[in-house]
Ligand binder design. Sequence first.
Ligand code: SF4
Length: 256
Amino acid sequence: MSTCKKSITRKSLIYKTNVEYGDYTVNHVQGCFHGCQYPCYAYLMARRFGKVASYEEWIEPSIVNNALELLDKEIPKFKDKITSLHLCFTTDPFMYNYTDVCKMSVEIIKKFNANNIACSVLTKGILPDILANLSTKNVYGITLISLDESFRKDMEPNSAPYHERIESLKKLHNKGCKTWVSIEPYPTPNIFKQDFLPILKSIGFVDKIIFGRLNYNKDVTSYKQRDSFYNTLAQQTIDFCNDRNIACHIKNGTVK
Ligand code: SF4
């Protein structure tokens, strides 16, 4: 177990997004220990805008020390506008083994729920059991792009092992929580060859599955069959979900 060695102070925390999971978001950590190698878009942006100088700095996360105070000021201003609050876009709310980040994420969710705002969560860490005690309108999700641990260690080196992620999600599902999985960014076979169906089957209990292609990666661009590959897998995802009454969403730009 670990905690962030660095902290930062921010002027604001809640901001609007145009992405598909929620209309507003908070990112209460700068950087992310998981250090994904797809590459991570949040890391690329942080480096481009001078927030971090290197990958090594990115994987040494800084917690926002005034996050909870900021929310006390900002939630009353935003609460009538927010349909769903997403944690997080530019970091991971349940960063593996980072107890202070996980604890703060739970406190943040509680604050939004107390104002009748549902939260959507996505992690490559472990979803804690305590989430089952929060609002039943919340939705809890994990990212799952493989079941192969050697691939995880290459691509998402400091994240939680896949089976631990799935187990934590299943526990919440068994306690009546709404759950989802993001199968994104899914690798093409020239990056990693694997069977797709076992991945789907391992999460057949969830309420929603999202599938999306890998972007910003030169190996995908050089893979000539990429469009037909992603079209086939998107259709498999849709068929799998239809058979089991699972909601399904194919990310924009995945099918061509
Ligand atoms: S978990 Fe998300 S934010 Fe963290 S390094 Fe991976 S892709 Fe980036």
